[in-house]
Unconditional design. Structure first.
Length: 109
């Protein structure tokens, strides 16, 4: 399913072209202009998976997981994009990064 999503997202980006960006990208930008970074709480499961749950997302909760910190970081960024209906192929344009002292928060850089 992950490969199908990536292919779909790349097709959307090609069809829209460089002059057009998804509306969600604008909404994502506005969200981080008005609200603080999204903070995540990490929990380890019995099988070693790390689960991240947002603590202060204004539109509900964002929940994702990963086998290690690198995978979890990628999944959190993708989950934030998904929350705003932004295809993952626009991740570079969104420029979501870890911020804060403990690097548990995500915002636009």
């Amino acid at each position: 399913m992950f490969i199908v999503k990536k292919v779909k997202d790349r097709l959307v980006k090609q069809l829209l072209g460089k002059a057009s960006v998804p509306r969600g990208l604008f909404e994502l930008n506005q969200y981080f202009r008005h609200y603080p970074p999204i903070k995540f709480k990490y929990n380890n499961t019995e099988d070693g998976t790390i689960v991240a749950v947002s603590e202060n997302f204004r539109y509900g909760s964002i929940v994702t997981s990963g086998k290690n910190n690198k995978e979890l970081d990628e999944n959190i960024k993708d989950a934030i994009l998904t929350s705003f209906d932004v295809p993952s192929s626009f991740a570079k344009e969104a420029n979501i990064n870890k911020v804060g002292v403990h690097q548990e928060q995500y915002a636009l850089a």
